[in-house]
Write a protein that binds this ligand. Structure first.
Ligand SMILES: Nc1ncnc2c1ncn2[C@@H]1O[C@H](COP(=O)(O)OP(=O)(O)OP(=O)(O)O)[C@@H](O)[C@H]1O
Ligand SMILES: [Mg+2]
Length: 398
């Protein structure tokens, strides 16, 4: 499998986000190489096409808000609630108490994220401050603003605004009080309760709905390209929303089945077909979704180098186990302490297995995944029955 043989020790997308750079088998990726120039074209929906010139980093700054007439693009939409607001750097400095460490929420490939408070609107926000090392961040900043300005769905994180002042680039999002899914699955601090089965299925179904919106309901449809647990943010009641659209690509149109592009994404989540050929399809996202679903079920990371060989890559570990139902109870997250519906587990694993199939055309379409997960999420597992003595359980059934 293409992904399993990649070098690298973390599932995090680093500043060097281009997986193909790390991939020693690059020579087997004709598209990744020959299509490099098409990657230089940044196409976002109906927005204009920007040809990225091969220029020095400072000049790259010119591929920015001004050139894209971003303000115009955004304000074309009459709806005030969809419009991304332009903030001054001063406003965002004030909102975060000068980016003080108390407000620090986490960091990723683009830079640090801080909690902030906007006095004008009485609103808590998350402010992502882009790290200026590397060209990719600038391009992704523009894609993020343009993409999120076009979309609106209860399962997609809302972009409130941005700041593009001097060489500062910041993104202002709605604040998601429960943080990322990653924080609720792994390395839980003492006292933090693990997610129960029902919540896991609710999160999976919500994330699938967000993806369905991008794939099916949006016109033109979008391939997300960066689906992973750290990009699923959680609101009150564990309501999930997809975040980070910096890698999003407009999907193939007409008779085309794929978009050719450099391989980008996060190690462990990237579909093997995309990794090998650079041909991006909607099914690349379905693969990544399958990995997330597997993480939710098993409590194992997509890539975990702390595990013994053979168990480090989640999909490589799970695939042979899918063949026999007898293995299923060994696959489930031990933190669930046996509190899951056996039938529900089988069904959830069956969906995950379909999503991570090697052949992209064998993977289901997102709407089928949504339908199946909606059903699973609606089948509430009664924790009171299983966590009590058997006599009590019998009493419940009468
Ligand atoms: N809107 C938000 N509300 C609350 N917390 C957030 C928000 N956005 C990000 N965070 C926090 O900041 C952390 C870092 O997010 P960020 O997207 O920069 O990195 P990442 O998702 O871990 O990696 P990548 O750069 O590959 O996306 C998240 O894990 C999350 O805990
Ligand atoms: Mg992220």
């Amino acid at each position: 499998m293409g992904c399993s043989c990649w070098p690298g020790s973390s599932s995090k997308r680093s500043t060097n986000k281009n997986i193909s750079k790390n991939n020693s088998s690059n020579k087997s990726k004709p598209h990744a190489q020959t299509q490099a120039s098409s990657e230089d074209e940044l196409k976002v929906g109906a927005c204009e096409t920007v040809t990225k010139e091969k220029v020095a980093k400072d000049d790259q700054l010119s591929v920015d808000v001004k050139k894209l007439n971003l303000d115009d693009e955004i304000s074309k939409d009459g709806k005030a609630n969809k419009r991304a607001q332009a903030f001054t750097f001063e406003e965002l400095t004030a909102a975060t108490g000068n980016f003080q460490s108390d407000c620090f929420l986490g960091s990723g490939g683009f830079g640090k994220v801080y909690k902030g408070f906007l006095e004008q609107t009485n609103q808590a926000v998350a402010i992502k401050r882009l790290d200026r090392n590397g060209l990719q961040g600038i391009k992704e900043f523009v894609v993020e603003v343009l993409t999120l300005s076009m979309v609106e769905h209860p399962n997609l994180v809302k972009l409130i605004g941005f700041c593009a002042e001097g060489d500062q680039r910041l993104l202002v999002y709605e604040y998601m009080p429960l943080g990322s899914l990653e924080n609720h699955l792994y390395d839980l601090p003492p006292g933090q309760k693990p997610l129960d089965w029902n919540t896991r299925m609710k999160i999976a179904a919500g994330a699938a709905k967000g993806l369905e919106y991008l794939h099916v309901k949006l016109d033109p449809p979008i391939i997300y390209r960066d689906l992973k647990c750290s990009n699923i943010l959680l609101g009150e009641g564990y309501h999930p929303k997809l975040s980070d659209f910096g890698l999003a690509k407009v999907g193939p149109s007409g008779d085309k089945t794929h978009v050719s592009t450099r391989v980008m994404g996060t190690y462990g989540y990237c579909a093997p077909d995309y990794a090998m050929t650079g041909q991006l399809t909607f099914k690349s996202d379905i693969y990544s979704f399958g990995v997330v679903l597997l993480e939710l079920i098993t409590g194992r990371k997509a890539i975990d180098n702390a595990r013994e060989r053979g168990e480090q890559n989640l999909v490589a570990w799970a695939r042979p186990m899918f063949k026999d139902r007898k293995n299923f109870s060994r696959m489930v997250d031990p933190l669930l302490q046996g509190q899951y519906p056996v039938r529900g587990l089988y069904q959830a694993l069956a969906i995950a297995a379909m999503c991570v199939q090697e052949q992209p055309n064998m993977r289901p379409a997102v709407s089928d995944v949504v339908m199946a997960l909606n059903y699973l999420a609606s089948q509430k597992y009664d924790l009171t029955i299983m966590s009590t003595a058997p006599e009590r359980a019998c009493h419940h059934r009468q």
